[in-house]
Design a protein around this ligand. Structure first.
Ligand code: NDP
Length: 424
């Protein structure tokens, strides 16, 4: 990996100084990030958006112009191609790359940022195309290069990972001397009116959901069959009761590393009976396979073909009703006694659509990406190096969540409530 730094570009700028951002990825999340950066004009003074299909950037830029009056400059880029991304970075000269393309692009984009001397942020950890396996080791391996270059890479600044890491760090800072158990619960109580659709990129979503479940217990990740453990969960504020399924999620990997007192960490996500039935059939007939099969003389990957025929999550905003409820139950000790808290956000799909023209899953990912970027650009969160969210002071991020559309609440739980995940 070659590192060439332009010293004029390498440090984030303090508030009040011009800061240019390059958003990469013009999907559902990119749409929200562009709108939120445009709203945060005091930090993001110049906004560029690049993606593989430049017409999608143009459509987002036009929507941002209509809603905020601000200009978003657009570019075509294949982020898998490091030299052409470096060329774009040298032309645009951003202080920060906000990567909201796909997890496959994380490493090429980190390489390009190192070469051009630009800070980096993403919302999902690297995943190789040919194995449905994601872990931080590949990106943590860049620590020394980023540190030496005086650059910062902020990993996982979405909602989960992202806000859930910050909630955990905040619980540790303000409520618990030690965290012993962590349950991250992601409920999408919305209904998009489609028989089957995913909340975000279908390929990434289905790879994640069908992977074996791993949770942290007895100092190791324990593997169980995908979606084999589930239970009912009642959300606060009348969002409803949903079946939540235990699965692996990447923030557990960084959280148990950085908060070693955690004895058990589990991640739960809600799925409707219809989603589970469709997924089961698709799996049974081989449509979720990620290895290529020959069809009419061409090699096709069934899951990529499936993505092409499923609804585009970015288009679901118009029809989605209901709310998301994502939160963290953290238990442990305070002054030698049990303490448990539930920190959560509830987000309304229709309100998100009204504000930025996107559904709540894209919104709850895009807003934290824009916030994480703004804290870096203002030098409030600082590197250099490769950082996970919980390694930073949670307070400024928690304050920004309240300001920027994702307000949160914290409930204290009894030991029995926490054990049974009864938060209401
Ligand atoms: P989409 O599929 O809607 O958008 C991805 C965009 O990236 C598309 O515009 C696509 O271009 C573009 N892209 C793909 N490959 C390349 C490439 N090689 N070069 C340039 N652009 C490329 O996905 P979402 O917006 O739903 O998700 C974006 C990211 O957010 C994903 O990594 C996802 O895992 C993450 N995410 C994180 C969450 C969190 O809470 N942390 C929650 C939800 C999502 P094209 O249109 O041409 O295909």
């Amino acid at each position: 990996m070659k590192i060439v730094i332009d010293p004029a570009r390498r440090m984030p700028h303090a508030g009040g100084v011009m800061s240019t951002v390059l958003i990469i990825g013009a999907g559902g999340v990119g749409h929200v990030v562009a709108h939120k950066c445009a709203q945060m004009s005091e930090v993001y003074t110049e906004i560029h958006l690049a993606s593989r299909t430049v017409s999608k950037c143009g459509a987002i830029a036009e929507d941002v112009r209509k809603r905020t009056g601000r200009t978003v400059r657009t570019h075509a880029v294949d982020a898998d191609d490091v030299p052409s991304t470096v060329a774009l970075l040298r032309e645009v000269k951003p202080e920060l790359v906000l990567n909201v393309a796909l997890p496959y692009q994380d490493l090429p984009l980190m390489d390009a940022c190192l070469e051009a001397g630009v800070n980096y942020l993403d919302t999902a950890n690297y995943e190789p195309r040919d194995v449905a396996h994601f872990e931080y080791s590949w990106q943590w391996a860049y620590e020394e290069c980023f540190r030496k270059a005086g650059l910062t890479a902020l990993l996982g600044s979405g909602f989960d990972p992202g806000v859930t890491n910050v909630y955990t760090a905040w619980a540790l800072k303000h409520h618990l001397d030690e965290i012993h158990t962590l349950d991250i619960i992601d409920v999408n109580g919305g209904n998009h009116g489609q028989a089957f659709a995913t909340n975000f990129n279908p390929e990434i979503n289905i790879r994640e959901v069908t992977a074996p479940c791993r949770h942290w217990e007895d100092n190791a990740f324990q593997e169980t069959k995908a979606l084999s453990t589930h239970r009912a969960f009642t959300c606060p504020e009348g969002v409803g009761t949903f079946e939540i399924y235990r699965m692996f999620h990447e923030e557990m990997e960084s959280l148990v590393k950085h908060i070693p007192s955690i004895r058990r960490a589990q991640f739960w996500m809600s799925f409707s009976p219809s989603y589970i039935n469709h997924l089961q059939v698709l799996e049974d007939v081989g449509m979720t396979r990620i290895d290529p099969v020959e069809y009419n003389g061409a090699q096709i990957v069934p899951l990529q073909f499936l993505k092409a025929v499923l609804p585009n999550p970015g288009d679901l905003g118009r029809t989605t009703r209901g709310r998301t409820c994502i939160g963290v139950v953290a238990t442990g000790v305070r002054d030698g006694r049990f303490k448990g808290v539930y920190i959560y956000n509830i987000c309304d799909h229709e309100k998100c659509f009204e504000e930025v023209g996107a559904q709540a899953v894209s919104y709850t990912t895009g807003v934290p990406a824009a916030i994480g970027g703004s804290l870096l650009l203002q030098n409030i969160w600082k590197g250099p190096g490769v950082l996970n969210m919980e390694q930073n002071d949670p307070d400024p991020f928690m304050a920004e969540l309240n300001r920027r559309g994702l307000p949160w609440k914290c409930l204290e739980l009894t030991e029995e409530q926490a054990r049974n995940l009864h938060v209401v």
